[in-house]
Design a protein around this ligand. Sequence first.
Ligand code: 13P
Length: 336
Amino acid sequence: MSELNKIALKILANGKGILAADESNGTMTKRLEAVNVQSTPENRLAFRETLLSSESMNDCIGGVILFDETINQITSTGKSIPDVISSTGAVPGIKVDTGAKNLANSPKEKITEGLDGLRERLKKYYELGARFTKWRGVYSISEKYPSKLAIHSNAHALARYSALVQECEMVPIVEPEVLMDGDHSAEDCLNKTSEVIKKCFEELILHEIDLSGIILKPNMILAGNNSKNKISNEEVAEKTLECLKNSVPSEVPGIAFLSGGQSEIEATENLNLINKKNYTNFIMTYSYGRALQQSALKFWSTDTKNIIGTQNVFNHRARMCTLAAQGKWTSELENK
Ligand code: 13P
């Protein structure tokens, strides 16, 4: 087993999942202002420290993705954020892309940037304690999109990123997110997501990536949020499995889904069904941002001093997600 494969399994095994707490300052400001909390470095740290010192970190969370500001912050106990994470047994990770910009010659689409100077930044993050990283490519669905150009250029960037990350002895999370915005059908989502993921692996293989030392972070297969033809949770699970079985090489140890705008319960229920039906060899777990933090953030915003209360809300969500990663979740458990 390679060292990278060991790290990937430490993050994903036994029903553990990933807490995606890597919102950029811009995104975090939107999230905080939506619940009437001022977005300051202190408040961003206070919320994140509250989550990272929760009990469920020990048994549910295998990895935490951080943003540059957070990985450099010192907590109220004097420990660094990566040290707080490591002390729970989880692995610290870091978002290393610098965001999605308009794609030249197809400006309604996006290309993710951040390759310049990446090798040097990775070394710094490794010294700070990071052992895995994230890079998100983003694609939207419409009649014309995603274009071949967007599919190819984002796959190429994800592969160059992955090569640099593995060179630095960290596990790259490869995140090609096909957005749920739009009125497309689930079948369109299945076809486009399959094309996007296949292209990513074509490029990863060309760049000689050790596939046993990556984690894939895809979207689930859903109808667009404005589609009139929604599909059942059972069908979401079936189509998602079909997509991944046909597009992902078997060497990949695990898949950690993004929640992508699904509600907390929807993201949990769909993951649970995926695991109940899982006929692949892949570990199927979560790497949720909103679907792990939404309720906790709402609760915290009503009384930012109520650390225990906020942690109880987060612990419940993390435990539900971990049960779903084992196919053991039921809706009755939500109310216990
Ligand atoms: P969501 O689960 O909120 O989609 O966030 C996951 C993530 O990391 C997106 O890049």
